[in-house]
Design a binder for this molecule. Structure first.
Ligand code: FE2
Length: 203
């Protein structure tokens, strides 16, 4: 059977109809500020190019395959898409108080959930991180018996440096996909307390 390659406009129209999200074509990596700004407005940036076949197992940079197959199906889940939009909102809130450390913490939370996240589903390990979903090497490694999965603890995640140039050997497992809501609430409270404190200091 012949299949067309994904058409970004068609996918975007369908996605908008179903979820309110739209795709935003990009030619390369965006600055974090621009990326999170788009997320906060329910636009998902999608690379318009495909990586070289030498990177078929693993690529440190997102391409069309990564964005379309790794992220877009999950946008149909309100839990995932609200979590993602909220990260965008949190980044913008923190940008206003200009705290680089907290910006990094948001990037790390994004990374260890949206990009490199695993969860339990009725006793089975599932992958929802787009880095794993779009890479044969990453997904095999994530689902292997190797000791690379750790229980998700917000304070550990937001303090762990992100290294995008290699297969992830530290993944944080959430007890269920729905647990993203708990993380969202906890991180919201944390961001609210920080931004309130910062704004008070500036007065
Ligand atoms: Fe991604």
């Amino acid at each position: 059977m012949i299949q067309d390659i994904p058409n970004i406009n068609d996918i975007s129209d369908f996605l908008q109809e179903q979820t309110g999200w739209q795709l935003w074509p990009v030619k390369g990596l965006l600055e974090a500020e621009d990326y999170f700004y788009l997320l906060s407005h329910r636009y998902f940036p999608v690379a318009t190019f495909v990586s070289s076949n030498t990177d078929i197992d693993f690529s440190q940079l997102p391409d069309l395959w990564h964005d379309i197959f790794g992220h877009i199906p999950l946008l149909f889940s309100p839990i995932y898409s609200n979590f993602l939009q909220n990260l965008g909102n949190q980044y913008i809130t923190i940008k206003d108080v200009n705290d680089k450390d907290i910006e990094q913490e948001i990037v790390r939370l994004f990374w260890y959930t949206i990009e490199a996240g695993v969860c339990d589903e009725k006793g089975k390990l599932r992958v929802y991180g787009a880095s794993q979903l779009s890479s044969i090497k990453e997904i095999k490694y994530a689902l292997s018996d190797r000791q690379i999965k750790y229980p998700f603890k917000l304070e550990n995640v937001i303090n762990l440096t992100v290294e995008i140039d290699r297969v992830q050997d530290r993944l944080f497992e959430i007890p269920s996909f729905e647990y993203l809501r708990v993380i969202q609430d906890d991180f919201d409270s944390y961001i609210a307390s920080i931004s309130y404190g910062m704004l008070r200091k500036q007065q």
